[in-house]
Design a binder for this molecule. Structure first.
Ligand code: PLP
Length: 379
């Protein structure tokens, strides 16, 4: 829950989302996919950045096709954007066809029973409510099996129903050289041969970046819009969209060989100065970002310099070794930058042995959330 503006000064931390950066990222992806429509994945509250703010911002620069995970998320977008096209990736909730139709949500249909339920509802209403069909081409997550294409075709022919979109999803697009990308593309193309007149969509952020052949009629970027890295091992061209700062509560002196934090897992190698920040794992600062026996803690920025987290991160607090700042000492109340231009979502993802997606979608802490707009490419 966002803390009301008047209480912002009581918040231990501040999350700032730059809607301008998200808009420019969308425009950049739209430019590199000139033959396809560019959609946007808004699931999980726009990857933690706030779907209520991000959806209208993207609409303003031209986005019309939005992908959410659940019908509840879809209704949020529908209420804000009456003429947007909203796809629900996790499909049709059993027994909820009427709700989807009334809210004009398009289920991404991923099984024969789901297709049958939707067609039954459409026939009962005498109306072909739009939906997408998803086939699995090698991920074994959601999706009709390719062997079911004949049954699907028979059902579509019998009912005269034409889906809006035919979809599949890459398992390994973040690894451009992975042979599964070629296999999935080939399977998807042969599937399209069986459904020649339905618009197609295959690519997420990484998929659209690695080859034009993945673009088809609609691309579905998510992570790249929010500024995080889509492709492992390549420079990230996207603009960072999130800044996270936390209050420094205390600066303390500690002696060599003293330990820091729970478990006494970290012993100081020298007389040290520590800053204690008001942010912990309950705020999305993963415990895995603590220093480990063979790995330093993740770094944050204080007074313009990168400094490491030390000891185990607690629920509401973390310690930072600021000895190297010398006399450039922060004062209590000053903000430390946890995520910003010098420390990225992906720096922390690497330090925690996870992905930027998980860092972003975990930013649900006790923050004062603010939105800014650094502008679009056209303004
Ligand atoms: C999340 C998701 C996307 C967006 O993926 P990114 O890697 O964030 O670009 C696209 N399509 C499907 C089916 C998804 O689940």
């Amino acid at each position: 829950m966002p803390i009301p503006a008047q209480a912002a000064s009581l918040a231990p931390a501040r999350l700032t989302v730059d809607l301008g950066a998200i808009k420019r990222n969308w425009q950049a992806l739209d430019r590199i996919t000139p033959t396809a429509l560019t959609g946007a994945a808004l699931k999980a509250d726009a990857y933690g950045t706030g779907a209520r703010q991000v959806a209208p911002a993207l609409y303003e620069v031209g986005a019309r096709f939005f992908f959410v995970a659940t019908p509840e998320e879809g209704i949020i977008v529908r209420d804000l954007l009456p003429d947007a096209h909203v796809f629900v990736l996790n499909g049709l909730w059993p027994g909820q066809s009427r709700l989807y139709a009334q809210a004009r949500l398009m289920p991404v249909i991923s099984s024969l029973p789901m297709l049958e339920e939707w067609l039954r509802y459409c026939i009962s209403q005498g109306e072909a409510y739009p939906a997408a069909l998803q086939f699995d081409t090698g991920m074994n997550r959601l999706g009709l099996r390719l062997a079911e294409a004949g049954d699907v075709k028979a059902q579509l022919n019998a009912s005269g129903y034409k889906p809006q979109l035919l979809m599949s999803h890459f398992a390994c697009a973040d690894l451009p050289g992975h042979e599964k990308n070629r296999t999935q593309l080939a399977l998807f193309q042969s599937l399209l041969g069986q459904f020649p007149d339905i618009p197609a969509s295959l690519a997420n952020s990484a998929g659209l970046m690695i080859s034009k052949r993945h673009h088809f009629q609609l691309v579905r970027p998510g992570i790249a819009l929010y500024g995080a890295r889509a492709i492992a091992g390549r420079p990230n061209p996207m603009a960072p969209a999130v800044k996270l700062e936390a209050q420094i509560l205390q600066v303390r002196e500690a002696k060599v060989s003293e330990t820091v934090g729970y478990g006494a897992s970290f012993s100081l190698q020298r007389d040290s100065r520590l800053a204690i920040i008001s942010l912990g794992y309950a705020d999305g600062l993963f415990r895995a970002l603590s220093n480990q026996p063979n790995k330093p803690g993740s770094r944050i920025v204080i007074r313009g310099q990168k400094v490491p987290l030390v000891g185990r991160i607690s629920m509401d607090l973390a310690a930072v070794d600021i000895t190297d700042l010398g006399n450039n000492l922060p004062v209590p109340g000053e903000m430390a930058t946890i995520i910003g231009k010098d420390v990225t979502v992906d720096d922390h993802a690497d330090a925690a042995n996870t992905i930027g997606y998980e860092i972003l979608t975990s930013l649900k802490g006790r923050y004062a959330r603010t939105y800014r707009d650094s502008g679009t490419d056209g303004s």
